[in-house]
Design a binder for this molecule. Structure first.
Ligand SMILES: [Fe+2]
Ligand SMILES: [Fe+2]
Length: 171
């Protein structure tokens, strides 16, 4: 089935890749970009044949995987970078995480209906497209500012501690 192929292509990353936790988070960002494109596809055509499978996959991402990624950042990565954050970008990113949580609740209602083969509420498309745009902007900011900052300031010891905490969240 087409949706199985899609699912395989965006399968969660293997924890063994955590040897380089900054690269791992960047790889998750790349994967999230793919998932956002799928969300936009579902928003535009929720009754298309592949939409049900995609909606189920997107629900798994939003309920079980994205919260772990955000915990990695807020509890593990950002605290390691806080002393080096002259521009205050970490506070902006945390505010975006909060804003995302509100948007996700609206998006999930529509995804649940789509995954069940029902038409989503009329407001779903606008909510999903707005979330995709906002989250893409968030990912771009993290890649432009946080990833290079982490590469510059994290010591091997800090990277090992970060990798340990991220591995524990996935065990
Ligand atoms: Fe984030
Ligand atoms: Fe992120």
């Amino acid at each position: 089935m087409a949706s199985d192929v899609v699912t395989a292509r965006v399968a969660p990353l293997q924890a063994a890749l955590l040897d380089d936790p900054v690269a791992f988070l960047s790889a998750e960002h790349a994967r999230q970009t793919v998932l956002l494109a799928h969300l936009e596809r579902v928003a535009r055509a929720p009754l298309a044949r592949a939409a049900r499978g995609l909606a189920a996959m997107l629900l798994r991402w939003l309920t079980t995987e994205l919260p772990v990624h955000i915990e990695d950042e807020e509890r593990s990565l950002y605290p390691l970078l806080a002393a080096h954050d002259a521009s205050g970008v970490l506070r902006t990113l945390q505010a975006q995480h909060r804003e995302n949580q509100r948007a996700i609740r609206a998006v999930m209602a529509g995804l649940h209906r789509t995954a069940a083969g029902d038409a989503p509420e009329p407001a779903f498309a606008a909510a999903a497209l707005a979330f995709a745009t906002g989250h893409r902007r968030h990912l771009a900011l993290e890649e432009a500012v946080v990833t290079p900052l982490a590469r510059r300031v994290l010591t091997p010891h800090a990277l090992a501690a970060l990798a340990d905490e991220m591995a524990r969240r996935r065990s």
